[in-house]
Design a protein around this ligand. Sequence first.
Ligand SMILES: *Cc1c(COP(=O)(O)O)cnc(C)c1O
Length: 398
Amino acid sequence: MARPQLRYLGEELAKLEQKGLRFQLRVLEGEQKPVAVFDGRKVINLSSNNYLGLTTHPRLRAAAHAAIDAEGVGSGAVRTITGTMKIHMELERRIAEFKQTEASVVFQSGFTANAGTVSAVLGREDFIISDELNHASIIDGARLSRATIKVFPHRDAAAADRLLAEVAGQPGRKLLITDGVFSMDGDIAPLPALCEIAEKHGAIMMVDDAHASGVLGRAGRGTVDHFGLHGRVDIQVGTLSKAIGALGGYVCGSRELIEFLYHRGRPFLFSTSHPPSVAATCLAAFDVLEQEPERIEQLWENTRFFKAGLKQLGFDTGASETPITPIMVGEGRKAMEFSGALFQAGLLATGIAYPTVPEGKARLRTIVTATHTSEELRQALDILDRVGRRLGVLPVAV
Ligand SMILES: *Cc1c(COP(=O)(O)O)cnc(C)c1O
């Protein structure tokens, strides 16, 4: 029981409970796989970001084991003290080469990469022009920077242009920032138009490709590669926690940008670097991306199959263009109820409600992976059909 000074937290939780939005953490037993055991129940797993099935890939496991044997389990310090190991430098070189930029720096997570970079690069006098659906880590970084934040409607490049025009006379620097693939809707940013607008106004262009890396572009190089925009995006962020299958985030760009982040990126300066096994795992993942292109092909084949199935059943999948496929429900309580009933029926599809998505736009968020079999996806569609009709998310079949 909390002491009186913290009792208000219990009241806040009770409010969530009343709205049907209080959740329990689902606990995974064993490996993160397309069919997995959560809370003792075996379910088809449509809720991980393990796009390519790399969390359990034998080459990544072997690389982690070898690094532990050779270099131990921890780095012992932040990067700027004694925590920069050879393997950290090797991973950064590898990522820069992969993304075709001069240099890269690895952070502890995608979250810290975004928050640490935006807050380091911009200051109080500056302006951040940001898509309304950008990730929380961008929003937090923007707040930490103390720059003026101007939000444009989702994917509305013309609105971004107007906002930049409005501040054109101001002395501060301007940053135009977008997710490459939006994490809750699965749609793709209008990057060619945004790059053009950034160039027109002399703004810094930044993309967060957390959900595009390993998914879009040649061998999963991301949206910049997908659209052929190399050299036109100043700052590219990616994550090592999703398709790459391990943990971490990175920033790619010019050598000067990266050197600057070594000096001013607060998570880089004040939080310990990865264990060598994590860096080794990620290095092996980039090998797999280039040597097993069939994984990305299968990811997209599964995506097309599953989306077509959902559409045929009559679900509203919003504007998704990628493996992230929302199933729109509307009311938060209903989305949570749907998700709970699906789980009982053998399917894990997480319900997402306010504040993660706007009020009235609650949904299930599904992600197929390269390693789901077509039989598993057919079963998943079957369960969605049955439970969806029972709960009235779909009209009852005649
Ligand atoms: C998941 C995500 C992040 C954070 O990445 P982590 O490595 O999990 O911290 C950042 N941006 C976007 C768009 C994301 O979806």
